[in-house]
Design a protein around this ligand. Structure first.
Ligand code: PGA
Length: 248
């Protein structure tokens, strides 16, 4: 944890659940009344408004999982940052490895989307992380540094942008890096942020993501420069998500 920084526990629901399940999950998270961390849930697009309703009166924030780089236009099937803002989203996850893999999003595309998010006054949550081959060949830190340089726009620090370090091989696999490896990567990310953004980079939140569960959350969240978690599978079970948030 970075001293003085309020941790963020973010749930990435991906393409899971029905409308009634989304409402129930959001309602249960809202009732959790977690003290030590800010909570964020990121449902699929069609559930943003009903989830916003289920969160009403709580302090749980609402986010989306992607957006288009343009504010409007002829882009069939896409969703813009102004639309997300209209639906109550305060955060937008960008550059998740599943989008980088499934939709060919490169660093430049992620940066353009992040600029669109900043233009609406929303907070980008920019994901970075190495593949298993890159980890094994010793390139992990260089890969992540390159992704940061390419994906983070100017203005990221002023907007209190969030970085999520998610090793691709740890997502949904039940495997995680060693605590030493997580700490080393987060220290490297902190150094990159400070070099680029100065003092403001020293207090940006850096989340860890990849198989965070109630059983490993406490140890991971205690590491230096780990300022929260981006949680996939375990965020679909309210009790597990709240247990992770309570481990801060
Ligand atoms: P996981 O997913 O917690 O299911 O590993 C994390 C993520 O992809 O954000």
């Amino acid at each position: 944890m970075t001293p003085g920084v309020r941790p963020l526990i973010a749930g990435n629901w991906k393409m899971h659940g029905s409308l009634s399940e989304a409402r129930a999950l959001a309602g249960a998270v809202a009732e959790g009344k977690v003290q030590g961390a800010e909570l964020l849930v990121c449902p699929p697009f069609p559930y943003l408004l009903p989830v916003q309703g289920a969160l009403a009166g709580s302090t749980v924030a609402l986010g989306a999982q992607d957006c288009h780089a343009a504010a409007k236009g002829a882009h069939t099937g896409d969703i813009s940052a102004p639309m997300l803002k209209d639906c109550g989203a305060g955060f937008v996850i960008l550059g998740h490895s599943e989008r980088r893999a499934d939709h060919g999003e490169d660093d430049a595309a992620v940066r353009a989307k992040a600029e669109a998010v900043l233009a609406e006054g929303l907070v980008p949550v920019v994901c970075v992380g190495e593949s298993e081959a890159q980890r094994l060949s010793g390139e992990a830190e260089a890969v992540v540094a390159g992704q940061l340089a390419g994906s983070l726009p100017e203005g990221f620090a002023q907007a209190h942008g969030v970085v999520a370090y998610e090793p691709v091989w740890a997502i949904g696999t039940g495997r995680t890096p060693t605590e030493d490896d997580i700490a080393a990567m987060h220290a490297r990310i902190r150094a990159e942020l400070a070099a680029r953004f100065g003092a403001a980079g020293g207090t940006l939140r850096i989340l860890y993501g990849g198989s965070v569960k109630p059983g490993n959350a406490k140890a991971i969240l205690a590491l230096p420069h780990v300022d929260g978690a981006l949680v996939g599978g375990a965020s679909l079970v309210a009790a597990d998500f709240l247990a992770i948030a309570s481990a801060v």
